[in-house]
Structure formats: structure tokens, C-alpha cells
Design a binder for this molecule. Sequence first.
Ligand code: PRP
Length: 176
Amino acid sequence: MPLPEGIESLLFTAREIQARVLELGQQISRDYAGKTPLLVGLLKGSFIFLSDLARALSVDAQVEFMVVSSYGNSQENSEVRILFDLPVPIQGRDLLIVEDMIDTGLTLAKVVEILSARNPRSVKVCTLLNKPSRRRVPVAIDYNGFDIPDVFVAGYGIDYAQKYRNLPYLAVTMKA
Ligand code: PRP
């Protein structure tokens, strides 16, 4: 079967993703036993991962979303802007930030800084994909689906020029 335009190769099948998401869900459920974590999804890329992860949890969880711009005007400019903020107070809550991908770490570092200043009880991070070779600022990752090399990726919520977020698998793409 020919791959969609711009897609170079398969990275993880839907089945491989589901297996890893279930493992993460079990691990998170053990760690948060007796608590009600607030899952903070960073849109748009995390929407499918968060949907599956939430259903893999056996603890009660609440869900909210934020929209942040990753790079501002330029990739060399570390400005990260909040386009849509959490609509609820988070003081005293156990936050689990849910990301599709951590690349330079700039987005996550800023979000952690902003949310930590609001006095939550705890802040942890769960990402589906991690590109350690691209890191520019250190970030602590508590739950990591997969380490991947420095390749462009699409599918399972992640876009290629705004396309392919709905692919059920993860693929390596050409440069968008
Ligand atoms: C991606 C991803 C992370 C961020 C990671 O978002 O979802 O939020 O980039 O990059 P960083 O570690 O270098 O900061 P993107 O800007 O592609 O937006 P999207 O989630 O709406 O697709």
C-alpha cells in the first residue's frame, strides 16, 4: 500500500502505541493511587494521546487543556506564549502535564514554570515521544512513551503541515 504524500516510513504501529499507552496508564495509576490527578493536555498535538491515556487510567482523573505557541516568531527565539490558559485554579492539585512530543524542551519548561507558580501540590510530566538529542533546556520527564531520534514525525495527533493528525499510527515524514 503506498504511503500518504510526505510520509517516509512507519515509526510505531497503532498496536505498538496502544501497548505502550496501556503501560504508561498502569504506571500512572499506581503512582497516583488514592489521588485525583488533573491531566493538563497541551493542544493540539496531545489530543489523541491524552484521550487514550485517560482511558488507560484506573484512578479518577480530571482533564483540562492549554494552548501554547511553541516558538513565537522564530525557532531561535525562546518565547513561549499562552494562547489559551487553564480555565480552573490549580492550587493544591496534582498536575500531570500531557505532551505529544518534547523536542527542545522550551515549551514544557515554560509551562512547568507558569503552572508551578500557581502552587499546585505536584507537577509531573508525561510525554508520548521524546527527542533527547534536540534538547536546549533541561526538563524532567516522569513518564516517557518512546525516545526517538531527530526525525520529523506525524500521526496520532501530530501534524505534518496540519495534515495527518488523524493517522492511527506514527510515521516519519519529510521536512514539512
Ligand atoms: C509541539 C509539541 C510540543 C512542542 C515541543 O507543538 O506538541 O508542544 O512542539 O517542542 P519543544 O520541546 O521544542 O518546545 P506544536 O508547536 O507543533 O503545536 P501542536 O501541538 O498544536 O501541533
